[in-house]
Design a protein around this ligand. Structure first.
Ligand code: SF4
Length: 407
């Protein structure tokens, strides 16, 4: 079975253009993040924007909370490599200032700007300028009237109603250039809110788990929410909200989309065996060394690091290239075929060098480059030596079962 051929059916949505990045309507799911600098600090903000773009971020949001921020945006927008979205919370005047600064999109929180005349004024300006708005409903700052209406609780229904109310105001001024988010920090709540929203509108949806938090817990929470919806075909653009350097958000977003097959791979996809009693090297250390060595290089291959030559090449036969340890040597294989043998301490360097060769010349040339017979014989010898040394039951399961039975 060729895993790469399985794709998720995407929900049909309208398309909006955030600058030159299409969102929805069958466009690739885009990655967003937000700067953490003061927007008035033009150089600092641009530095972060460039780092985000290099990490695979397609669209960047900057806060526009004061006059100085709007003026900063006027200088940032023309120098940014990606479209800029202005984040507006309480002051509709800041929305108008951000439009004057030339931003590609506004994000409005309906829970915060609540006067219909202000909402409609901003929407009319956006309509006339052809600038889209993201309606950014947030479970933590839901319109208090809706909160009360739904029994003092943030519910999926309340969040969707908030988005639809905003849409209705926009409708009154003939504006429908929108994308919508209904974020919450509670993952089941967020998932259900997006499911209901997807039923209620064909506007493109921006996915996120808000305030997911730091470290692996934050990463997991965000992934649980975003990936579940993407696998259901819901979601046109995503943002990881992590308590971390925003570059980490961009990388996580990009990696998730690549893992789900929703974006072409940009960097290496490193796979590694979990290691077991048969491992001939410290798999974790070698895999980490390989990850570091490949870093951000644009080598979109699947690369495998396997702990032993007994099972490694077979288990990773779909990888473009891989290496398996055996008898103090590294056995290099390309799509499951052994191509070379190198000393154990050269495993990672060899992987990188051959991966670069594949990028330049292709898989076929890499297979021609190797002495396949010698590599296969060496792998066979080391495999047999390991089997003779460790036996078939290297994890001693049978021995343990025998012990249990004897009790
Ligand atoms: S059998 Fe070999 S390849 Fe499989 S997990 Fe163990 S060490 Fe890794």
């Amino acid at each position: 079975m060729e895993a790469g051929s399985i794709t998720f059916e995407r929900r049909q949505t309208r398309q909006v253009m955030v600058g030159d990045v299409p969102v929805g309507g069958g466009a690739p799911v885009s990655v967003q993040s937000m700067t953490t600098t003061k927007t008035a600090d033009v150089d600092g903000t641009l530095q972060q924007i460039y780092a985000l773009a290099a990490a695979g971020c397609d669209i960047v949001r900057c806060t526009c909370n004061e006059q100085a921020a709007a003026e900063g945006l006027a200088r940032i927008v023309p120098r940014s490599p990606v479209p800029i979205v202005a984040d507006i919370h309480h002051q509709y005047r800041m929305a108008l200032a951000a439009l004057d600064a030339g931003v590609a999109c506004l994000r409005l929180n309906p829970g915060n700007i609540r006067k219909p005349e202000h909402i409609k004024l901003v929407a009319s300006e956006c309509r006339d300028r052809g600038v889209p708005i993201r309606i950014g409903v947030n479970g933590g700052s839901l319109d208090p009237e809706l909160y009360d209406k739904y029994g003092g609780k943030v519910t999926p229904e309340a969040m969707v109603e908030s988005a639809l109310m905003e849409l209705a105001y926009f409708d009154e001024v003939g504006f429908d250039n929108v994308k919508i988010s209904v974020k919450a920090s509670n993952v089941p709540l967020m998932i259900e809110a997006y499911r209901q929203l997807a039923e209620a509108t064909d506007a493109p949806l921006h996915l996120g788990v808000t305030e997911a938090g730091p470290g692996s817990a934050g990463l997991l929470k965000a992934t649980a929410g975003i990936a579940t919806l993407l696998a259901e075909g819901i979601g046109d653009t995503i943002r990881y909200s992590l308590t971390a350097d925003p570059v980490e958000e961009a990388k996580a977003g990009r990696q998730l989309l690549e893992a789900l097959g929703l974006r072409d791979r940009k960097n290496v996809d490193l796979i590694a065996c979990p290691s077991c009693g048969r491992a001939e090297v410290d798999v974790i250390a070698v895999a980490e060394e390989a990850q570091r060595a490949f870093g951000d290089r644009q080598i979109p291959l699947q690369v495998a690091v396997m702990g032993c030559v007994v099972n490694g090449p077979g288990e990773a036969r779909d990888a473009d290239i891989g290496i398996a340890a055996g008898n103090k040597r590294g056995h290099l294989f390309v799509r499951g075929t052994n191509v070379a043998v190198v000393p154990e301490d050269e495993m990672v360097d060899t992987l990188v060098e051959w991966a670069e060769f594949i990028m330049e010349h292709g898989i076929e040339r890499a297979l021609e480059r190797g002495d396949l017979t010698a590599a296969k014989d060496a792998a066979e010898r080391d495999r047999n030596a390991l089997l003779a040394d460790q036996g078939d039951d290297v994890n001693h399961s049978e021995e343990r079962i025998e012990l249990i039975r004897r009790r």
